[in-house]
Design a protein around this ligand. Structure first.
Ligand SMILES: Nc1ncnc2c1ncn2[C@@H]1O[C@H](COP(=O)(O)OP(=O)(O)OP(=O)(O)O)[C@@H](O)[C@H]1O
Ligand SMILES: [Mg+2]
Length: 224
């Protein structure tokens, strides 16, 4: 269960101006909910996803996970929490180029403190097969198309059965067919796992497939 109250993320520009990158008064998500983050470019969608994942800290406000103030935790504790509970899909995939597909997924499993046995290996193979990459486990990211890399990023985000999946424009660089595959897989697996899915997108067709939309508004600037 995720709860956000009155958060703001501000950046101070060298000219003294304060940029409000994201501001959210009230936001809650229960297990199993699927929510689109919508809003124009610069309205703070990525900033909000980073705040929820604990990559950055809010300037003000509270982020609670099961009633605990995760924004108040030290970075190391947030890292451990993220590894076990959050699957993050970056817009640019962030796959490790020196590792093959299976190894990229295994790194995420290791960060989630999973012991690595035959069951985990089977789960990786199963998920890769479900996204049509069953025969690509030994390939490097550079040998894959954009759509294939994005599907690996989805599998990597899901491998620890996270309770929270944060996806930043996961279909932006995909054609319609691949977008449908990636979105369908994300929504199906989140439903099966009871995970919260929060997905930022500009795409109206993607948005239409979600039961709930949170609209971000451009918070603006405060002059020096
Ligand atoms: N590190 C930073 N320093 C200063 N300003 C920042 C920083 N990060 C983000 N911003 C500003 O915060 C605002 C929100 O940015 P953000 O990337 O969250 O928007 P977005 O909704 O994800 O946009 P897009 O749809 O283009 O991805 C922008 O005006 C951006 O310039
Ligand atoms: Mg963004």
């Amino acid at each position: 269960m995720l709860t956000i109250r009155n958060i703001r993320k501000e950046y101070r520009h060298p000219n003294g101006e304060t940029i409000v990158a994201a501001a959210v008064r009230e936001f809650g998500a229960a297990q199993g909910e699927q929510i689109v983050l919508a809003g124009p470019s610069g309205s703070g969608k990525t900033t909000l996803l980073h705040l929820i994942a604990g990559f950055t800290e809010p300037t003000a406000g509270e982020i609670l996970w099961d009633g605990e103030r995760i924004d108040a935790w030290a970075g190391r504790r947030r890292d451990t929490w993220r590894g076990g509970n959050v699957g993050y899909i970056f817009q640019n995939f962030n796959l490790l180029p020196g590792l093959d597909v299976r190894e990229n997924v295994m790194v995420a499993a290791a960060l989630g403190n999973r012991k690595f046995g035959s069951e985990e290996r089977r789960r990786i193979s199963d998920l890769l097969a479900r996204v049509g990459l069953g025969d690509r486990a030994g390939h490097k990211p550079s040998q894959l198309s954009m759509g294939e890399q994005q599907r690996v990023a989805v599998v990597r985000a899901l491998i620890n059965t996270p309770r929270l999946i944060l996806a930043d424009e996961p279909t932006a660089s995909l054609d319609r067919d691949n977008a449908d595959i990636v979105l369908g897989l994300l929504q199906t697996l989140c439903r099966e796992q009871g995970s919260i899915l929060i997905l930022a997108t500009h795409d109206h067709e993607v948005r239409a497939r979600f039961p709930r939309v949170h609209e971000m508004t451009r918070p603006g600037r405060i002059p020096a």
